[in-house]
Design a protein around this ligand. Structure first.
Ligand code: NAP
Length: 251
């Protein structure tokens, strides 16, 4: 039922974790994919090979999304190589700890630059292309933290809250152009980002707050992202899809 054949998808932060799983799942569904990454060239090359093995075109593009010029170049390169952008997944993100009274200017600035400004930069450029096409699907990655907060990660939680309100703003702004904007909000997912916390001595505290009793896998996030990118979700825009084993209900 789900096919992305003939579509081009740009996925930020696709060298590892949820972005990687999403790129490979999109390739299985037939999409050509752009694998954006910040620095991990080897990991990006591995994802490209895994996507090409599905018979689609895949290219790795290095760009720091927090840099406006690099974000613009990423989008322009995608359009010049593939001719169009049908799907944007704003997945690149960072998660770091900082108590509010110890948070440095650099820590706050980095978090907002990558998790918020990066999404604005890439989306702004992609929307220019999607408006010309009169179609497009944009999927942001937020977090349970953006809805219920997260102690000692207030800058992260605030960045993801911003992504949720961005989603709700862009849905009506872009609907006249047949551009959809939705958001997937993961709970705990076992990736490089969260692995240390999920194997730490007090991991039971985390697991006890997840009704399904475990962290999710990157693939379990890629499926809902694929749904929102596909033609099975043509009446959904401005939605926040929680994928968290029920955690947001009890956290
Ligand atoms: P991850 O395993 O740490 O992977 C992060 C990816 O983002 C990598 O591909 C990395 O590239 C890329 N990246 C980081 N900074 C970048 C930048 N400035 N420009 C371009 N790319 C950049 O992360 P993940 O767990 O898959 O998380 C993906 C998204 O889901 C994030 O937005 C995160 O906040 C959200 N999320 C994750 C969890 C979780 O438990 N894992 C929970 C809630 C929300 P390199 O490989 O080159 O470094």
């Amino acid at each position: 039922m789900i096919t992305l054949t003939g579509k081009t998808a740009l996925i930020t932060g696709a060298s590892r974790g949820i972005g990687r799983a999403t790129a490979i799942m999109f390739a299985k569904a037939g999409a050509d994919v752009v694998i954006n990454y910040a620095s991990n060239e080897l990991a990006a090359a591995e994802v490209v090979s895994a996507c090409e093995a599905q018979g689609v075109r895949a290219l790795p593009y290095k760009a720091n999304v927090a840099n406006r010029a690099e974000a613009a170049a990423l989008v322009q390169k995608t359009v010049s190589d593939f001719g169009r952008i049908d799907i944007l997944v704003n997945n690149a993100g960072i998660w770091k700890e900082a108590a509010i009274d110890a948070m440095t200017e650099a820590q706050l600035e980095e978090m907002l630059a990558v998790n918020v400004k990066g999404v604005f930069y890439v989306t702004g450029e992609v929307v220019k292309q999607m408006k010309q096409q009169k179609s497009g699907k944009i999927i942001h990655l937020a977090s349970t933290a953006g809805q219920r907060g997260e102690a000692f990660h207030s800058h992260y939680a605030a960045s993801k809250g911003a992504i949720i309100s961005l989603t709700k703003s862009l849905a009506p702004e872009l609907a006249p152009y047949n551009i959809f904007c939705n958001c997937v909000a993961p709970g705990w997912v076992d990736t490089d980002m969260s692995h240390d916390a999920l194997v730490a001595a007090d991991k039971e505290k985390i697991l006890s707050l997840i009704p399904l009793g475990r962290a999710g896998t990157a693939e379990e996030l890629a499926g809902p992202i694929l749904f929102l990118a596909s033609d099975l979700s043509t009446f959904i825009t401005g939605e926040i899809l929680n994928v968290n084993g029920g955690a947001v209900l009890v956290g």
